[in-house]
Structures are given as structure tokens and as C-alpha cells.
Design a binder for this molecule. Sequence first.
Ligand SMILES: *Cc1c(COP(=O)(O)O)cnc(C)c1O
Length: 419
Amino acid sequence: MELRNNQYVIDGVPVTAIAEKYGSPLYIYESARMISQYQRMTGAFKDARVRIHYACKALTNINVLRLFCRLGAGLDAVSMQEVRLGLKAGFNPQDILYTPNCVSIEEIEEAVETGVRINIDNISILEEFGIKHGKEVPVCIRINPHIMAGSNHKISTGHIDSKFGISIYQMPHVHRIVETNGMIVEGIHMHSGSDILDVEVFLRGAEILFETAQSFRDLQYVDFGSGFKVAYRVDDVATDIEALGEHLTRRFNQFCQDYGRDLTLLFEPGKFLVSEAGYFVARVNVVKQTTSTVFAGVDSGMNHFIRPMFYDAYHEIINVSKPEGKTRIYAVVGYICETDTFGWNRKITEISAGDYLLFKNAGAYCFAMSSNYNSRYRPAEVMVHRGKDYLIRRREEMEDLTRNQVEADLGFADVDTKD
Ligand SMILES: *Cc1c(COP(=O)(O)O)cnc(C)c1O
């Protein structure tokens, strides 16, 4: 998005025009940004045999999946439903890595049927899987390296208390299971959490992964997960992907030499690929002056955009209806009947009822986490591709709220006002 002739435009299309056309609230995605983030990543690792798997839980619209499929990405799926969406979008099963956590063995068996690659993060499942499939179905093993990265406990997954992965201290047990069943371990994986990637800490984690990987002799790939940081505030530090590419490529190629074979270096970013490509637009219903602050209340809430309330996430807010002019300080809030704040103390150009506010970094974990709370419809989604806007999901309607409700034959004839 850029400011051009006093208008905010996404790939040349004015944001307010898109909002007028499709209504609000609305999610808008910029394909050019997804493409450039993907290319930035492959570029940073151009000297390694790298594969990028899009972690689709960030944003599962089928058009987004198709775009990454066309770009040559693979897919990281955490549920059977994501596997199905990926297959529907055209991914080859062998380019999908299924990485579940705490799912039943039945769901894992279902995934095996579809031919996707299987990532196992639990000893008991590994054992059951090995007894059943032996060498017939290769597996990837997710390890827990026991490193604490980042400070947000809700989104870090590689620390000692984490439910993810098999502890590196349990590797002797893993080897026992693998050897006894003649299993083939084709990949080794770690993912230490979201939005935490500091190059130094990451390289230390990588050493643990390399050390563990040495003891598995059938590897084809080493998967470093994700955790890439993107900037939410103007002065935020994002992961220096080029620096990481340079250091890790050198180290990885060295590892391949020591290992005795060329392996594939795998990453599975979600946020890095789509966060900055997404924008959320809502319309101001009321501007309310109280004794302590000025509220701008919009036609949406945490039901559509939960990250500020859920993770204390900061999302920049811009009044796209008034690109220039004097700013005032606002609390931007939603219409949900409980505390529902998008941002406190935000300097925004003067807001009037009817203005469109735009929230940045709304590509990852925004629509994907939306709900029908307060019985509201979920928003529409639009993709701007090569200067043209496309509707990629219709706004919900009343029928969507009632579709699965059953008006059962209860009658309640036995209930009356005296009860
Ligand atoms: C969520 C997740 C990712 C993606 O994380 P981002 O921070 O969005 O890049 C990658 N791998 C696994 C296993 C995940 O659960």
C-alpha cells in the first residue's frame, strides 16, 4: 500500500473504492506483497537447496494457497482439513508436510491415506505408527530443542514446558523405536514459535538440530520451522532474513558435507509470507467523547480481528478516508459487548463517523481466527492482483448463521411460564 495523490492505494487501487464496492468490514490482500516476500526468502537462501512450505493456518483462503502453489512453494498443514484444502488447491501430496499436535492416531492414518508427508511429535504415536507401517511410510520427527526464544509465552513453542515436539533428551528412546521397527526417518524438524526469530538465538537452536540430525542416516530434509518476525510498528526490528540466509546457508552446506549427502533445507513461514500483505478495513460508526478519552467505534470487533485482545498485538491504524490533516488521539474500539479494543492512544488524522479505518499486518492469523461471536457475519475477503480487485470470499449472511442449527422436534409443550 502506498499514499499516492492524497489517496491510499493497494497495487494502484484506492482502498476507499474497494471498501465502497464490497462493503465493510473487509479483508484486502495484496498478491504482489506475498510474491515479493516469497522471493525474498528464496533469494536469501539461493545458495542452499531450500524449499519453502507455506504454513497455511495463517490464512487459508484457497486463492492464497493457489498463489503459493504456483510460486513453487510446498505446504505446512496442521490439520486434516488443511491437508484437504491444500490438495484441493493443487499441491502435490509429497509437497505437503502434515504437522499435527495432540491429534488422534486415526487422523494421522487419514493423512497417510492421502500420501502427504507425516511429521510426528510424540513418542507414543511414533511407536504406534512404527509398529503399523514399519519402513513403508517414512516419517519426519519434530524435536523440542528446549530453547526459550522471544518473550511471549503464548506463541513460543520450543521451551521446556511446551507441549510440542519430542524432547532431545528422549532421542535414545526414539532411536530404539525407529530401529526396532525398521522405520525410515526422512526429516527432522523444529519450530520454536511465532514472531521470535532472532538470528543469534536461531543459529544456536540450529546447532541442536544438526547434532540430532547426525544420528539419523536416512534424512532427506532438515526443517527449521518458522518464527520469522515482521515489523508491526514503524520502528520494530524484523528478522534479518538476508543475514540469516548467509549464515545458515554456510552452516547448512557444511553440515551436508559432514553428513555425507546433500539435504534439503526447509522452512515453513506463515506470518512472514502473508502478514504485511493483508489489510483490514472497518467503518467508523460513532465518535464518542468521554471524560477521559475519545473513542472511535467501528462496525467490527474482536470477532473479526482478535489479535489485539488475544495477544496484545499492536496493529497500526490509519484513517484512509483522511490521508492528510491534523491528528488527534483516539481509542479505537469494536462493537462487541465486552472490552473490545483495537488500539489505545493512537494518533490518527481526525476521525468522523463514516470514515474507513485501515488496520495493517492483517494477513496472518486475522481472518483465520475470526468467529461469529455476537452472531455477526464474518467479513468478505478481496485480493488485489496486478492492479485489479477480486472477491475471494463472500460476506456471510443470515443463512450462514443458521445453516447447521437444528430446529429439533422439542416442542417444549411441557414447559410454560410457571416453570
Ligand atoms: C504456526 C506454525 C508455523 C508458522 O509460524 P509463523 O510464525 O506464522 O511463521 C510453522 N510451523 C508450524 C509447525 C506451525 O505450527
